[in-house]
Every structure is written in C-alpha cells, then in structure tokens.
Design a protein around this ligand. Structure first.
Ligand code: ADP
Ligand code: MG
Length: 571
C-alpha cells in the first residue's frame, strides 16, 4: 500500500483508544472533569458494567453556553494555555482529549449549565458526529451520559473483561477518588444499587471506612503530615497485624492525582521490613504534595504515571515517613533464635544444622524457606512432647534431636486437612446459632458472598441474603463455633479479590485455609500437657505436617549433631 495520511475518523479512533480503554477510563475522565470543575457532589450511575450506560452528574461550575461546542473538540481545554503551564499543572485534566475521545466511541450527551446562566445547553455526539447545541432547562452543573460504549468498535468490545470485573474496577476507582477528595461527596449507583457513598464531610477516616470496612479503617495508623524535604507526605497505613495478599492496596496520590508507581510501593513495603510475613503486604494510602515543577504528568495519555524530578528523594521520604510511624507505634516483636541460642564464640553459621535456616524463614523479604527443604519429605518422625515455651511453641524430642513446633501453624495444618477431607466428602458440620444474626458488609464483600453462596453453604455457613449488603446467619461451621458469628462470616471476605479468578479448587482451599486460621489455637494460649500431646499426635497424622496451609513451617529442628557442635563437643 502507498503511504497516505489517515482519514480523520481513523485518526480519532486511534487517539480515542489511547485514552478510553474500557468503561473504567470513561468514568475516570468524567469524574476528573467534575473534580476540576470544583463540584461538591458527584453522582455516577452505571449499567451493564458501563457498556450500556455511564452517567456522571456534578454540581460544579458548568460550561458557558458559547464554549460548549469547543469542549468536545480535540485538544480543547480551559486548563492550560502555554507550554510552560505543562510544568505547573494543578488540575487533573489538561490534555483536552477526554470528551472528544468518549464522543468518538459512544453515543454521548452533554448537558451543562454554567453558574451565572439561566439556561443550560445540550449537545450530543455519536461516534464522533457532533450535533448542534440546543438550549435546555437544567440545574447548574454538568451531566454527561455515555451510552453504548464502543458500539462502533466491535473489536474493542470483544476485549472487555466481564461486567463484574468492570464493576469492581469502577468501584475501586471511585473509592480512590473519595479518599483523595474527602470534601466531595461521591455516590456510585451500579445497576440501580448503591455501590459506594461518601458524605463529603472532609473526614478521611470516614471515607476509609466506606472503602475498607469500619474495623480495618479504625485500625489504620494516621501518618501525620511530614515535611522534611520539599515533599509533603501524609496518609494512612496499616498496622503490622492488618495485611493483604497483594500490593494492590498500596495507593498513592500526588497532588490529588492517583498514580501507579511500583518503586514507591516498594518503598512502603521496605518500611515494613521485619514486621510482615513473606508474601503479605500492607495496606496504605499515601498522599504526596510536591512543588508543581517537581513532577511531570505529561508522560502517558491516561495520566496514571508521572515522572519525578528526583525519584530517589521521593522514595526515601516515603520510606522514612512510614518506617518512623511504624516503629513508633509497633515495636517489632521477633524471636532471634540465632543470637539468643548461639554461644558467644560461635561457629560460622554454615556449621549449624540447616534446620536453623527455618528461623530466618520467619523474617520477611527472604525467599520462603519451606520446612521440607531441610527435613526429609513426607511424614514426620514420632515425637515426644516435652513442654511449651512462650505459650506459643511446643518443645518435642524426636529420634534425631529437638523439635520446636509453632502451635498455631501446626493446629492450622491439622484443621485444614480435616476440613478439606470433610468438605470433599460433603460432611462439614454446621453449628446452629441460638438465634439468627444479621451481618452488614460492604458492597464488595456482599457481592463476594452472593457470588459464592453454594460454596459458602457447603462449608457449613447457613446464610441467606437479607436486604442490601446484609445477610442473615443461622449457623456457622462447627470449627468456628467458638468465635463471634459475625466475625466468622467476615473471615470469608477477608482479603477478597486477591486475584481475579483463582481456580475453583484453589478458591475452596483458600477459603478453608482462612477459616482454619481463625479457628486454630493462637500463640499466647497455654496448652495443657494433654493438649500438647494431642496436637503433636494430630500433626503426625497429617499428610503434609511440615508446613501450615499458608506455606510457613510448622516446626524447626535442631539435630543432636548440631547440639553437640554448639556445645563445643565436636569440631
Ligand atoms: P481536559 O479535562 O483535559 O481539559 P476534557 O475533554 O476532559 O479535557 O474537557 C474539555 C473541557 O470541557 C475542559 O477543559 C472543561 O473546560 C470542560 N469541561 C469538561 N467537563 C466539565 C465539567 N464536568 N464541568 C465543567 N466543565 C467541564
Ligand atoms: Mg478532562
């Protein structure tokens, strides 16, 4: 084919594709426009996961009548004038592309009334065709209605994820904006149901409760505003006891703009060094304010990535702020097996039984060392219970030395194997509650329960939907009968959405592992000699006794040989 200039409609489809990738992108652009227009209330309605309808209504400053046709032109913006302005951007938008792009790939309707004007204006764009603006009665503010997204791009439609995935993403997006803008009230309606609401009271912790649930929000540690360098850091971080299976809950805002930056997430994770288990991540909301010329936002059409002038300064500032607060609030309680056990003129660590490597497995950031790696595979030797230390570990003697057993991890393993086999045989027992109990969850948690009702019931939960995000509980799995029924249901929704579609069988195992974690004896619980012996017997009967369902070791081993070396009886 000869070289030629692309026709306008192809150019605009290509350009639109960069900005509008999926329903979530439409919502993002429209909400950003509302925020830029100083709205105090933003209502977002979604149908069909955003494919059928996305409607964003705000009470912001609106667009003056004579500027309405310009608003839907490409590269038309009220937020930027000169090239220099690009380095002092204080609005979320500035590229003047969003409305054009949305209009190019949907049937869009814009109704807006500027503050000082009597009448509003209505303008429609369908697949890039702009209609003539008409006067219309409207409240002050702006409403954009987007129907049939990608109706003219069937190929793009095919790449969209499920409606449920889009709904989750949109919900997460609105939650993020609500956190960044606590003074704005956000209401998200998904398929006619309220999916998110923030009051706009300005209280950020209140917004966090709407996002993460009351209990988690209460536990979050406030990061007081710190200004050591030119960068101001504030926000909320989780205490070491609250963690997640992914780093996705580490959120950053720079000048009120949500950004994705893996290296900043690493700064937060490093700050938790020694405080979290391998594979667990904190939850954090970090707000940064930098001098305007410290960042370059103009890196990517979706504006989700930015460049810092001095990335390592930002990294250090974030890490120091988080670490400082953590150490002040949560002194690291760790066992240092090596230093407390090893005598002063110690042999080099290579001379120590590899079983001691297990102690290090408890320290995060090192690759997880499985018990199997230093102990023979398969079952464990028969052990004689000797006693308990620190109300957390059982001491036992085996044919080849000393074993320390983590009572919580061991019990988790025992319960897990039992529950899995009962589950497979359809024999999981349920314990009736004295009276039915209602439990209120967040919208997201409720969706998760509703989507897995059959599985959840087969685990022994007698649960039924009971109004919006509310469930009625009549029975719980027998192993959970000792904990509060509401808590037992919450066990299921902890850390949900860690991955979008785990294999069905893994999903069951994961949920059962969670239940067992809650049901297992805690460390700190004193066990009678009878209980200690029983736990050791039960563990011996397990198929994989050496690790807990989450992969942590249940036991560490010190061989007679290593003992002799440690006491200097052997070279
Ligand atoms: P940008 O936000 O990058 O300027 P957009 O295409 O998103 O580009 O919007 C174009 C212009 O339309 C904006 O600069 C603004 O002046 C106006 N506009 C868009 N949405 C709104 C709104 N909700 N309220 C007021 N003005 C708006
Ligand atoms: Mg915009």
């Amino acid at each position: 084919m000869p070289i030629r200039i692309l026709p306008d409609n192809v150019v605009s489809a290509i350009a639109a594709g960069e900005v509008i990738e999926r329903p979530e992108s439409v919502v993002k652009e429209l909400v950003e426009n509302s925020i830029d227009a100083s709205a105090r209330r933003i209502l977002i309605s979604i149908e069909g996961g955003g494919r059928k309808l996305i409607e964003v209504t705000d009470n912001g400053m609106g667009i003056p009548i004579d500027e309405v046709p310009l608003a839907v032109e490409r590269y038309a913006t009220s937020k930027l004038e000169t090239e220099q302005d690009l380095f002092h951007i204080d609005t979320l938008g500035f590229r003047g592309e969003a409305l054009t792009s949305i209009g190019a790939v949907s049937r869009m309707e814009l109704i807006t009334r500027s503050e000082g004007e009597e009448l509003g204006t209505r303008l429609a764009v369908a697949g890039g065709q702009i209609s003539a603006p008409q006067p219309i009665g409207a409240p002050p503010g702006t409403r954009v209605v987007v129907r049939e997204l990608f109706f003219n791009l069937p190929a793009r439609l095919k790449f969209l994820k499920s409606e449920a995935t889009e709904r989750h993403r949109i919900q997460a997006l609105i939650a993020r904006y609500a956190i960044a803008y606590p003074h704005i009230s956000f209401r998200l309606m998904q398929e006619g149901r309220e999916g998110f609401y923030s009051t706009g009271s300005g209280d950020r912790r209140e917004v966090l409760a709407a996002c993460y649930g009351l209990e988690t929000a209460k536990s979050l540690i406030h990061l007081p505003e710190m200004e050591e360098t030119a960068i101001r850091v504030s926000g909320f971080i989780s205490p070491p006891s609250v963690h997640r299976g992914t780093r996705r809950e580490i959120t950053f805002f720079v000048q009120g703009r949500w950004i994705q930056d893996p290296s900043l997430a690493a700064a937060v994770i490093q700050a938790y060094h020694g405080l979290l288990m391998v594979g667990r991540y904190p939850l954090a909301v970090i707000l940064l304010q930098t001098p305007p010329d410290f960042i370059d936002v103009n890196v990517h059409p979706t504006k989700a990535e930015i460049r810092f002038k001095d990335p390592s300064l930002v990294f250090r500032t974030v890490q120091r702020a988080v670490r400082g607060v953590l150490l002040g609030q949560a002194p690291a309680a760790q066992f240092h097996f090596e230093s407390s056990w090893r005598p002063a003129n110690l042999p080099p660590s290579s001379a120590i039984d590899p079983g001691w490597a297990m102690a290090e497995a408890m320290q995060p950031d090192l690759p997880p060392v499985r018990a199997q790696s230093s102990l023979p595979q398969a079952n464990m030797p028969l052990l004689r219970a000797v006693g308990q230390v620190g109300a957390a570990y059982l001491v036992a003697e085996g044919p080849d030395g000393l074993y320390l057993i983590d009572q919580h991890a061991a019990h988790e393993r025992v319960l897990f194997e039992r529950m899995m086999s009962d589950f497979v045989n359809g024999k999981l027992e349920s314990q009736q509650l004295l009276g039915p109990q209602t439990v209120e969850l967040t919208h997201r948690e409720a969706e998760m329960i509703e989507g897995n009702l059959t599985l959840i019931r087969s685990l022994g939960f007698e649960v039924e939907p009971f109004g919006k995000n509310v469930f009625r509980l009549r029975g719980v799995p027998a192993v959970l009968s000792k904990i509060d029924p509401e808590q037992s249901l919450r066990v299921l929704v902890e850390d949900i959405g860690e991955d979008e579609a785990p294999l069905a069988s893994e999903f069951e195992a994961r949920i059962i592992a969670r239940v067992c974690k809650r049901a297992a004896v805690k460390s700190g619980q004193v066990l009678s000699s009878e209980e200690q012996r029983k736990l050791i017997r039960d563990l011996e009967a397990c198929t994989s006794p050496r690790s807990c369902p989450h992969g942590r070791p249940t036991m560490i081993h010190l061989s007679v040989d290593a003992l002799e070396r440690q006491f200097g009886r052997r070279g």
